[in-house]
Design a protein around this ligand. Structure first.
Ligand code: PLP
Length: 422
C-alpha cells in the first residue's frame, strides 16, 4: 500500500497531538491538513481560466473552520440545501460567491435565493415555471441555469452516479432537447446550463463526455440566438473528479481534466465557467487516528476493536464493495509502525451491529492495545455523513499547517447529544 500522506508528517502531527491536544476523553481525532487544502485550491485556480468561479461543494466537508479557511482562499461554495447556504453565509460568503443546487427547492427557498441574488441551478421544467412566476414579482440579480442530465451512463458506483438514462436529477437531454431549447427562448433570465455526472466512480472520459454534451447544446442554442448577445453565457460543469483511494485507482489532476475539456470543447473559455468540486479538493487532506481498545483472537481471526466505524464511515461500512480507505498503524507514542512482517486483521468499530466493520483481511504490522489506527484520505464525505446511530459523539477535529494550527472543532459533548435528541 502506498501512503498518500508523508509518514514523517503523519508521525510529527500525531505525536504533537498526543502530547498536547489529545485529552483523556478523546478516543479518536480527525486531522485536516490546511496547507494541502491551499495547494489544491491553487492547482484548481491555475488549471482553469481566471474568469472561472469555483464553488466548492459544502456537502464534501461542511466544517465551519474549513469553510472559513476556504473563504480566505477566495473561492465560493456550492450549497445543496438551505442549511448549507446558511453555513456559508455565516462564514461570511457574499451572495455572489454562492451557488444553490437542489432537486427539491421550495417556493420559499427559491424566493429567498432570488431576492438575495444567489446563482440558482434549476433542476427541472416544473421548477422553471415556478421561477418564471416568481420573476413576475421579484426583481432579482441572480443568474439562473437549468440542470441537464447528459445521459452519458452510470459509473462504477451506482449510488453516486447521476447521469444514467434515468436520474432523479436534471432534465434528460435525449427526451427533452426541444423543450430545453424553448425554455431558453422563452426566459431571458435563463443564462446557464448545469450538469453533474457523478461523484467518484465516473471515469474521466465520462465526465468529459458529459461536459461536451452540454457544451454542444449551449453552442446550438447560441447559434440560434437573435442579436449579438448569446443566450447561454455560463456553463456549470459540476464536480466529480475521482480520487485515488486504492493503489490501483488512477491519480487525476485539475490540469489533466481541463486540458481534456478544451480539446473536445474548443470554445469553452468563451463561457464563464462554474465548477463545484468537493471530493477532489478535500479527500487527501484528511485522516483520522483512532485508539485500539482491544485486539481479540478467535481461531484464525484477529479482530481490532477501535473507536471509529460506521458512525463516520457510513459508505465504507454499508457499501464495502465500493468504498475503502487506506489504513496504517502507529504505536501509543504516535510512531508509525513499519515492520515488514504483517498480520491479517478484521477492523471493527464501536457500533452495535455486525456491519460496523472497516475492513476484513487487512494486512498491518502487529497491532496491540493502545496503538492508533490511522485511516487516510478522509477529508471528504466522512465527517459530513456522520450517523446518529448509537448517539456516538463526533470527535475533535485538529487542523495543521506543517505543525498543529489548532482545534477546528471540539469533540461533541454529552449535553449536545442530549440537546440533539430533545
Ligand atoms: C450537484 C453537485 N455538484 C457537485 C458535487 C460534488 O461532487 P464531488 O465531491 O464528487 O466533486 C455533487 C456531489 O454529489 C453534486 O451533487
Amino acid at each position: 500500500m502506498t501512503l498518500t500522506h508523508d509518514p514523517n508528517q503523519l508521525e510529527k502531527v500525531l505525536t504533537q497531538a498526543l502530547t498536547s491536544l489529545w485529552g483523556t476523553e478523546d478516543t479518536s481525532i480527525v486531522f485536516y491538513d490546511l496547507a494541502a487544502l491551499k495547494t489544491r485550491i491553487n492547482e484548481l485556480k491555475t488549471a482553469f481560466p481566471d474568469t472561472a468561479h469555483h464553488a466548492i461543494a459544502v456537502k464534501a466537508n461542511p466544517l465551519v473552520g474549513i469553510l472559513s479557511y476556504l473563504k480566505t482562499l477566495d473561492v465560493g461554495v456550492e450549497a445543496a440545501t438551505l442549511p448549507e447556504l446558511y453555513l456559508a453565509q455565516q462564514c461570511g460568503y457574499s451572495e455572489k460567491k454562492l451557488v444553490f443546487d437542489s432537486p427539491a427547492k421550495t417556493v420559499e427557498e427559491l424566493t429567498y435565493a432570488l431576492k438575495a441574488g444567489i446563482h440558482l441551478n434549476i433542476d427541472n421544467l416544473i421548477e422553471i415555471s415556478r421561477v418564471a412566476q416568481l420573476y413576475e414579482r421579484i426583481k432579482s440579480s441572480s443568474t439562473c441555469g437549468i440542470r441537464i442530465n447528459p445521459q452519458v451512463g452510470t459509473g462504477k458506483i451506482k449510488i453516486t452516479s447521476v447521469a444514467g438514462e434515468y436520474s432523479k436529477f436534471g432534465v434528460p437531454i435525449k427526451q427533452f432537447r426541444s423543450e430545453l431549447i424553448k425554455v431558453f427562448e422563452d426566459h431571458q433570465w435563463l443564462r446557464a446550463v448545469h450538469l453533474h455526472v457523478g461523484s467518484q466512480g465516473c471515469g474521466m472520459e465520462m465526465l468529459v463526455e458529459g461536459v461536451k454534451t452540454i457544451y454542444d447544446f449551449a453552442q446550438e442554442v447560441n447559434r440560434h440566438s437573435s442579436g449579438n448577445s448569446r443566450k447561454i453565457s455560463i456553463l456549470d460543469i459540476g464536480g466529480g473528479l475521482p480520487v485515488s483511494y486504492r493503489d490501483s485507482d488512477p491519480e487525476w489532476s485539475f490540469e489533466k481534466y481541463y486540458n481534456r475539456l478544451v480539446k473536445l470543447c474548443p470554445q469553452l473559455s468563451e463561457y464563464q465557467l462554474i465548477t463545484e468540486f468537493g471530493r477532489f479538493i478535500h479527500a487527501h487532506n484528511g485522516w483520522v487516528a483512532s485508539r485500539v481498545e482491544y485486539v481479540k483472537k478467535e481461531k484464525d481471526i484477529e479482530t481490532i476493536i477501535t473507536h471509529i466505524g460506521a458512525d463516520m464511515f457510513t459508505r465504507m461500512c454499508y457499501f464495502p464493495d465500493d468504498w475503502t480507505h487506506r489504513i496504517t498503524v502507529a504505536d501509543r507514542f504516535g510512531r508509525i509502525k513499519t515492520d515488514t512482517a504483517k498480520r491479517r486483521y478484521t477492523i471493527a468499530g464501536p457500533l452495535c451491529f455486525s456491519g460496523d466493520i472497516l475492513g476484513k483481511g487487512i494486512f498491518l504490522p502487529q497491532v496491540q492495545e493502545g496503538d492508533y489506527l490511522i485511516l487516510l484520505d478522509t477529508g471528504a464525505y466522512t465527517l459530513g455523513m456522520w450517523s446518529r446511530h448509537n448517539s456516538r459523539q463526533i470527535p475533535k477535529v485538529i487542523g495543521y499547517h506543517g505543525k498543529i494550527a489548532g482545534i477546528i472543532k471540539e469533540k461533541e459533548t454529552l449535553e449536545e447529544i442530549y440537546k440533539f435528541w430533545s
